[in-house]
Design a protein around this ligand. Structure first.
Ligand SMILES: CC(=O)SCCNC(=O)CCNC(=O)[C@H](O)C(C)(C)COP(=O)(O)OP(=O)(O)OC[C@H]1O[C@@H](n2cnc3c(N)ncnc32)[C@H](O)[C@@H]1OP(=O)(O)O
Ligand SMILES: CC(C)C(=O)C(=O)O
Ligand SMILES: [Mg+2]
Length: 566
C-alpha cells in the first residue's frame, strides 16, 4: 500500500478543549433536521420525482421531524416545483419549519427566494467551502476572498429576505469545515454572524459539517467545543452538526459533537447521502432511546419506515444496519440463543423495569420488530436453547432440558448436512418425525385399566401385523404399561423420566408428554406423545421412546421370539 501518499489533513484547535470528555451521555434530544430530501436526494442514482419527494416528506412528518431541508430549489425544475407544491397546497404543518440550501451566488439566491414566495417560515441555508484544499484547488482564492464569498452571500440573504414576505431564519455552513483551520472557520462564521446579528427572537444556525470525515471523532468533538466556546453571539446561535460517514464514524462524530455543545443535528434516515452517507438519525435517536432518553422521534414501526425508504430511494437497508437491519436482533449461534432465551424467561418471571436481556440492546418489539422469526433463527451454529425456544414459542412444546440437548443435535445435523438455515416449520417437522407418536415396530393400539390398591392393565399392541393383548400391573397406569413392555416383551430399560404439559398454542388443547428411558449401556432415548387425552399422550410418549430404543438396538420384536428369549 502506498502509505507515503497520505497524511492527516485536519486541524486541532489552537487550545485543546476537552470538556466534552467529562460528559457521560446525551441527556436530551437535539433539534433534528432531516436532510433526506436534499443531501440524501442529491446522492441518489436517480433523484426522487416530485411525487416521491411528497411521499417522503409525509414519512418524515410521521417520524416527527420538525425541521426538514426540502431541497436545493435552484438546482432543477423538480426541486423548484416541489417547494412550490408544499407552499401552494399548504402541506407544511404549522409546527414544522422547512429549510432550503443555496450557494453564495446571486442568481441562485434569487431563484431560491422566488421558490419561497408565500411560505410562512423557512430556514435559508447558505454554504461555501472553506478548507485548505478547496481554497487552493477549487476556488483558488485567499482567506479574505473566501470570507468575502460568505459575507456577500450573507448580505444577499438578508436583502432578499427583507424583500420577501415570510419569517426567515438564516443558517451558514463553512462547508468542508473538517479540513479548515479551526481559527479560520471561527473567523468566517463570526464575520457572517456580524452581518446577520442574531437575536434571541431570531437565532442563527451555524452548521459545522464533517463534509468529509477526515479525523477520529474526538478531534471533531474538540473542534466543535472550540467553536462553541469562541463563537460570538453564542447565546443567539444554534450550533448544528452535519456529519458524513467517510470513516464509518458519523454516529460517533455526532454523539461526541453533542457532548461538545452542539444543539442540533442534520442527518438522514439510515444514513443515505453523499458517498458513504450522512449520519444516520435512526441510529442516533435509538442510541439515545436505549439509554432511556426520549429522542422525540417515533420509530415504533421501523419495518414500515424501511419499506417506504427502500421504495422511494431505491436504496437498501443493510442486514447489519444498526436497529433497522434484518439480522440485527437475530442470534444464530448457540450460546447467544441460550442467553437470549434465558434472559427473556427471566424478564417474564421477574417483571423487571429495565430491559437487560443479554445480546439485545433494545426490545425489538419497541420498534415494531417481532420476537418470532426475528431474534432466534436456526442453523448449524445453533444450540439446544435456541432450538427449544423456537419449538416453545411457535408450537407450545416445552421439551425437558435433557431432551432439548438430544433434539438440538438432530436439528443441527440436518442444517449442517443441507447447508441451510432451518425454518420453524422444518424444525417442527423434524421433531414430529423423530419423536412424536412413533409406532413402529411396536404399535400401541389401546389400553384398559382397573384400579385396586394398584393398577391393572390390558394393553393391545400390534407387532408384525398381529395384534396381541398383554396383562400388566403397576403402581401407576404408566408404570403398569411400562411393566408390560419390560416383563412381557423383554424390552428392558431403566430410569424412566416423564414430563407433561398442555399445548396452549395451535388448534384444540392437546396434552403433550415426554418420556426418556435409558438402556442397559446408559444411552438415553426420548419420545413424545401428543393426544387429546393426557393418559394416552403419556403412553404414546413411552411407546415412542421404546420404539426409538428398539430400532436403535435392533431388538427383535416377534412376540414368540421375545418370549423365547426371555
Ligand atoms: C457538500 C454539499 O453537499 S454542497 C451541496 C451540493 N449540492 C448540489 O450541488 C446539488 C445542486 N446543485 C446544482 O444543481 C448546481 O450545482 C447549481 C444549480 C447549484 C449550480 O450549477 P452550475 O453553476 O451550472 O454549476 P456548478 O455547481 O458546477 O458551479 C460551479 C461554480 O460555482 C462555484 N461555487 C460552488 N459552490 C459555491 C458556493 N457555495 N458559493 C459560491 N460559489 C460556489 C464554483 O467555484 C464554480 O465557480 P466557477 O464557475 O467560477 O468555476
Ligand atoms: C451543504 C453542506 C452543509 C453539506 O451538505 C456538507 O458540507 O456536507
Ligand atoms: Mg452534506
Amino acid at each position: 500500500m502506498n502509505i507515503e501518499k497520505y497524511s492527516r489533513g485536519y486541524f486541532m484547535p489552537p487550545v485543546k478543549s476537552l470538556k466534552w470528555t467529562e460528559r457521560e451521555y446525551i441527556t436530551e434530544s437535539p433539534t433534528w433536521c432531516s436532510v433526506d430530501l436534499r443531501d440524501g436526494n442529491q446522492a441518489l442514482v436517480v433523484p426522487m420525482s416530485l411525487e416521491e419527494k411528497l411521499e417522503y416528506f409525509q414519512l418524515l412528518l410521521q417520524v416527527g421531524f420538525k425541521e426538514i431541508e426540502v431541497g436545493f430549489p435552484a438546482a432543477s425544475e423538480t426541486e423548484f416545483a416541489f417547494l412550490r407544491r408544499l407552499i401552494e397546497q399548504d402541506l407544511i404543518p404549522d409546527d414544522v419549519t422547512i429549510q432550503v440550501l443555496t450557494q453564495s451566488r446571486e442568481h441562485i439566491i434569487r431563484k431560491t427566494f422566488e421558490a419561497l414566495k408565500g411560505v410562512n417560515k423557512a430556514v435559508v441555508h447558505l454554504y461555501n467551502s472553506t478548507s485548505v484544499a478547496q481554497r487552493e484547488q477549487v476556488f483558488k482564492k485567499s482567506e479574505e476572498e473566501i470570507i468575502d464569498i460568505a459575507v456577500t452571500g450573507a448580505k444577499m440573504l438578508k436583502k432578499y429576505a427583507d424583500e420577501t414576505e415570510g419569517d426567515f431564519q438564516f443558517q451558514y455552513s463553512p462547508e468542508s469545515f473538517t479540513g479548515t483551520e479551526v481559527e479560520f472557520a471561527l473567523d468566517i462564521c463570526n464575520r457572517v454572524l456580524d452581518i446577520w446579528k442574531p437575536t434571541v427572537k431570531n437565532k442563527v444556525i451555524i452548521n459545522l459539517p464533517a463534509t468529509v470525515s477526515i479525523s477520529m471523532p474526538h478531534v471533531y468533538a474538540s473542534q466543535i467545543e472550540y467553536m462553541s466556546d469562541h463563537l460570538n453571539y453564542r447565546d443567539n446561535v444554534i450550533l448544528s452538526l452535519h456529519p458524513h460517514n467517510d470513516r464509518g464514524t458519523g454516529v460517533a462524530d455526532a454523539e461526541l459533537g453533542m457532548l461538545a455543545g452542539a444543539e442540533r443535528v442534520e442527518g438522514t434516515l439510515f444514513g443515505n447521502g453523499e458517498r458513504t452517507g450522512n449520519v444516520d438519525i435512526v441510529t442516533l435517536a435509538l442510541n439515545m432511546f436505549s439509554h432511556g432518553v426520549d429522542p422525540k422521534l417515533n420509530f415504533e414501526n421501523i419495518p414500515k419506515i424501511i419499506s417506504m425508504y427502500e421504495e422511494l430511494t431505491k436504496m437498501k437497508v443493510h442486514e447489519r444496519h444498526p436497529y433497522g437491519g434484518e439480522l440485527v436482533f437475530t442470534a444464530f449461534s448457540g450460546s447467544h440463543q441460550d442467553a437470549i432465551a434465558k434472559g427473556m424467561k427471566w424478564r417474564e418471571e421477574k417483571e423487571c423495569q429495565y430491559w437487560t436481556v443479554p445480546y439485545l440492546l433494545i426490545d425489538p418489539m419497541d420498534i415494531g420488530r417481532k420476537y418470532e422469526g426475528d431474534i432466534i433463527r436456526i442453523n448449524s451454529q445453533s444450540g439446544k436453547g435456541g432450538i427449544g425456544y423456537v419449538l416453545q414459542q411457535k408450537y407450545g412444546l416445552d421439551l425437558p432440558a435433557e431432551m432439548r440437548e438430544s433434539f438440538g443435535y438432530s436439528v443441527k445435523n440436518v442444517s449442517d448436512r443441507k447447508h441451510k438455515e432451518l425454518m420453524p416449520n422444518e424444525i417442527y417437522d423434524i421433531f414430529i418425525n423423530e419423536y412424536v407418536n412413533i409406532n413402529t415396530p411396536v404399535e400401541f393400539i389401546n389400553y384398559k385399566f382397573t384400579q385396586n390398591d394398584h393398577y391393572e392393565t390390558i394393553v393391545s399392541i400390534r407387532m408384525k401385523n398381529e395384534v396381541h393383548e398383554f396383562n400388566g400391573v403397576g403402581n401407576g397406569r404408566l408404570d403398569a404399561i411400562s411393566n408390560v413392555l419390560q416383563t412381557q416383551l423383554g424390552i428392558y430399560y431403566k430410569d424412566l423420566v416423564y414430563k407433561e404439559h398442555a399445548q396452549e398454542i395451535g388448534s384444540g388443547s392437546n396434552a403433550v408428554s415426554y418420556v426418556g428411558i435409558t438402556d442397559m449401556d446408559g444411552v438415553v432415548y426420548w419420545g413424545c406423545g401428543i393426544d387429546a387425552d393426557i393418559m394416552t399422550s403419556s403412553v404414546k410418549a413411552l411407546f415412542s421412546a421404546v420404539n426409538k430404543m428398539v430400532s436403535s438396538l435392533q431388538l427383535p420384536v416377534d412376540k414368540e421370539f421375545i418370549l423365547l428369549k426371555k
